[in-house]
Design a protein around this ligand. Structure first.
Ligand code: NAP
Ligand code: 12T
Length: 333
C-alpha cells in the first residue's frame, strides 16, 4: 500500500531535492501533490516520468494527504502545518518554526529515531549544520561522553536557498568582469569572500545559526550537559557545508579509536589520507547521502589524550534537509 504525499515548497532548493530523493529511494507513493506559492502555480514538474502541475499551497491543499514534507520557510510552516495536521496528515517540517517546541520531536534518525513515536502530527527536521555535526559526533559521545564541543562552520550558498546560489554565481561573474557586485538576495558579496552567518544576532552576540546548533544538539541528544559553542560562517561554496569540530571527552581517546568508531557508524564515511593531505571537500559530499569525516587528530592542547579534532562535510540539501526528512517519513510508514 502506498502513501499520499505532499511536497510544500517544491520549487525550492530543498523541494527539488525532496523529489529526487523520493524517486531514488522508491518511496511508496500512491499520489503526490506539489505545492509552492502563487508565483509558481501552473508550472510543470516531472516526477518519476509523469508531469505534475504545481499548485498554490492553501489550507485546503492537504485533504487526503498522509505525509506532508514542508520546506517553504518558517512563516509558511506556521501558517499551513496546523491545517495539514487537522486534516489528518503528518508533517515533517524543514523550517525552524517548531524545532524547539517541547511537543514536537526533533529527529536525526541515526541518533534519536525513538523520539518519532511521541509526535502529535508534526516532526521537525533539525537545522542542516546541526544534523551534519550530530551524525558523526553521536556515536563518539555514546562511546566516551563528550564534555565540550567547539564547532566552526563553513556554510555553502545553497543553504540560503536557490536564489542565493544563483546570485553567488552572478557575483563571481561580476567580480571577474570588474563590474559592481549585485547583493539582492545575499547581504554582502559572497563570491571570493566569506562572512559571519547573516541570521539575526541575539543579545549575547551569537547569530541564530550558532544558537540553533547548540540548542538543537542538546534536544536531539537528550543531554544538555555538553558544553557547546559555535561560529557559523558563509563561504563561497555552491553546495555542502563543512565543519571543524573540536571535542573534549571524559576519558582518553585516540584518533585510531575515533576512526574505528566512525567506520562502523551509520551515515558516516571516512576520507582521511594523511600521506596525500586529502580530506573531505564539498565536492566529495555534494549529491551524496553520507557525512564525510577526515583530518582526525589528537588535540594536543587538552591533557590526558581527551581531545580530538575532526573535519566533517555533508550535503546540506540532502542529509541536512531532504534526505533526513525522507528518512523520518520512512520510519513513519
Ligand atoms: P528556496 O530555494 O528559497 O525555496 C523556497 C520554497 O518555498 C519555494 O518552493 C517557494 O515557492 C516556497 N514558498 C515561498 N513562499 C511560499 C508561499 N507563500 N506559499 C507556498 N510556498 C512558498 O529555499 P530552500 O533553501 O529550499 O529552503 C526552504 C526551507 O527549508 C526553509 O525553511 C529553510 O530554512 C529550510 N532548509 C533549507 C536548507 C538548505 O540547505 N537550503 C537546509 C535545511 C533547511 P516559489 O518558488 O513559488 O516562490
Ligand atoms: N540552510 O535552520 O545554510 O533551517 O544558512 C538555517 C541556516 C537552514 C535552518 C544556512 C540553512 C537553516 C541555513
Amino acid at each position: 500500500m502506498g502513501t499520499n504525499v505532499a511536497v510544500a515548497g517544491v520549487t525550492g532548493a530543498v523541494g527539488q531535492e525532496f523529489l529526487a530523493i523520493l524517486e531514488e529511494r522508491n518511496f511508496p507513493i500512491d499520489s503526490i501533490k506539489i505545492l509552492a506559492s502563487s508565483r509558481s502555480a501552473g508550472k510543470k514538474i516531472t516526477f518519476k516520468g509523469t508531469e505534475y502541475t504545481v499548485e498554490e499551497m492553501t489550507e485546503k491543499s492537504f485533504k487526503g494527504v498522509d505525509i506532508a514534507l514542508f520546506s517553504a520557510g518558517g512563516a509558511r510552516s506556521k501558517q499551513f502545518a496546523p491545517a495539514a495536521v487537522k486534516t489528518g496528515a503528518v508533517v515533517v517540517d524543514n523550517s525552524s518554526a517548531f524545532r524547539m517546541d517541547p511537543d514536537v520531536p526533533l529527529v536525526v534518525p541515526e541518533v534519536n529515531a525513538h523520539a518519532i513515536k511521541k509526535h502529535k502530527g508534526i516532526i521537525a527536521n533539525p537545522n542542516c549544520t546541526t544534523i551534519i555535526a550530530n551524525v558523526p559526533v553521536w556515536p563518539l559521545h555514546k562511546a566516551n561522553p563528550i564534555r565540550r564541543m567547539v564547532v566552526s562552520s563553513y556554510q555553502a550558498a545553497s543553504g540560503a536557498g536557490m536564489a542565493a546560489m544563483l546570485e553567488m554565481q552572478q557575483q563571481a561573474r561580476e567580480v571577474l568582469d570588474g563590474k559592481p557586485v549585485t547583493c539582492k538576495v545575499l547581504k554582502y558579496q559572497l563570491a571570493f569572500n566569506c562572512y559571519c552567518h547573516d541570521s539575526k544576532i541575539g543579545p549575547n552576540g551569537y547569530n541564530e545559526e550558532e544558537t540553533k546548533m547548540t540548542k538543537e544538539t542538546h534536544k536531539i541528544f537528550g543531554d544538555t550537559s555538553i558544553a557547546i559553542t559555535c561560529t557559523c560562517v558563509r563561504v563561497p561554496v555552491l553546495r555542502s557545508h563543512s565543519e571543524s569540530i573540536n571535542l573534549e571527552f571524559t576519558n582518553p581517546i585516540t584518533p585510531e579509536e575515533v576512526t574505528e568508531i566512525l567506520m562502523a557508524a551509520p551515515g558516516v564515511d571516512i576520507i582521511d589520507d594523511r600521506e596525500n593531505n586529502r580530506f573531505p571537500m564539498p565536492t566529495d559530499a555534494s549529491g551524496r547521502d553520507d557525512c564525510y569525516v577526515g583530518h582526525i587528530r589528537q588535540d594536543e592542547s587538552i591533557p590526558d589524550r581527551r581531545g580530538i579534532n575532526i573535519w566533517v562535510v555533508g550535503d546540506q540539501l540532502r542529509k541536512g534537509a531532504a534526505l533526513n526528512a525522507v528518512q523520518i517519513a520512512e520510519l513513519l510508514l
